[in-house]
Design a protein around this ligand. Structure first.
Ligand code: SAM
Length: 325
């Protein structure tokens, strides 16, 4: 099947006025987290509740959704989504292990507070960060000293920080209730929605691995609610593996929170079936849309910001050409 339908709008998804009731099969979205990530203006607050109400209206009965969230504000987002009528079904953990600890050396702050000059003990060879033009360039030009505390209290708190390393992002699995009076089978027959696509998202057995269970499935294990990024090597190594996107993976895409296509493809496949329509009301640089093209789903996306919208348009065109030209 060729992808026939891509509908993208450079406007707020508030109201979803272009979309009719019960017309969308699944929702896959990465909304603002409300944490002002890297100072992004669009990330100051969690989405207006009305957008979840609108999403519920346009989804078909029994349709599923996957919504990324931040660890700190997931509870607020979940309450908001539930209040609008969705059922909270599960929380997937996207584990990536290569997250950056958002912390600082508090012992040096203590020195500063006490008016004591901390000791320079060398220079950082490389500092990871989000400075414009890349952290490496910035620090190569400016230099970045390594310090050690000097005051007595500073020494006592040497190495103390304010946060632990983030190693997962939660993704909330939600569902619009089935149509009144219908069971799952009747709902699927009528609307095509109401079940997860477990067949297309099975995790293949690793090479040499004995098949699992008494009646092993030819395609592998059922997908889990942990989606891994790297080998955890602790006995839980049987899940899905997907690397995080580097900041400048595509030179024209400067979106600060773009998600890996491999991960988005897995999510798109989990909540929809071939040919169905997937909505992303917070499209950003269009990763959900690209995954829809790659997996033969139709796509509807909304993006407020003109420059991100242009990036999404370009990425969708590239994906279409790569697949169908
Ligand atoms: C977390 S980003 C999505 C990034 C995307 N997953 C990607 O891979 O590029 C959220 C996006 O939602 C957009 N946004 C925020 N509020 C919006 C609204 N009311 N309507 C449409 N887009 C909105 C922001 O401009 C931002 O690009």
């Amino acid at each position: 099947m060729q992808i026939t339908n891509l509908q993208i709008y450079n406007k707020s998804s508030y109201g979803l006025s272009e979309l009719s009731d019960n017309s969308i099969d699944a929702l896959v979205t990465d909304p603002p987290y409300g944490i002002s990530f890297q100072g992004s203006y669009w990330d100051k607050d969690l989405p207006d509740k009305q957008i979840w109400t609108d999403s519920l209206r346009v989804l078909k009965h029994g349709g599923f959704g996957l919504v990324f969230s931040s660890i700190r504000l997931m509870h607020r987002l979940m309450v908001s989504i539930e209040d609008c009528g969705f059922i909270i079904k599960d929380i997937l953990f996207w584990a990536y292990l290569n997250g950056m600890p958002k912390s600082r050396d508090i012992a040096l702050d203590i020195d500063r507070q006490l008016g004591v000059e901390s000791k320079i003990i060398g220079q950082y060879a490389y500092v990871q960060g989000y400075k414009k033009g890349g952290a490496e360039d910035y620090y190569a030009k400016e230099g970045k000293n390594k310090y050690e505390p000097v005051s007595e209290i500073g020494l006592k708190y040497k190495g103390a920080g304010l946060g632990i390393k983030p190693a997962y992002e939660p993704i909330i699995l939600i569902q619009k209730p089935l149509a009144k009076g219908l069971n799952v089978a009747q709902n699927i027959i009528k609307y095509g929605t109401g079940a997860l696509n477990l067949e297309e998202t099975r995790i293949p057995y690793e090479e040499g691995e004995g098949k699992v269970g008494h009646n092993p499935h030819a395609l592998g294990r059922v997908t889990a609610n942990i989606v891994r990024t790297e080998a955890l090597e602790d006995g839980y190594d049987k899940f899905f593996l997907v690397p995080k996107v580097r900041q400048h993976a595509e030179d024209f895409n400067h979106h600060p929170t773009k998600k890996p296509i491999h991960l988005m493809s897995h999510l798109v496949k989990l909540v929809s079936f071939e040919g169905q329509i997937v909505l992303d009301p917070f499209m950003g640089s269009g990763s959900t849309g690209v995954s829809c093209i790659e997996n033969k789903r139709q796509f509807v996306g909304y993006e407020l910001d003109k420059s991100y919208f242009e990036i999404a348009t370009q990425r969708l065109q590239i994906a279409k050409h790569q697949l169908f030209d």
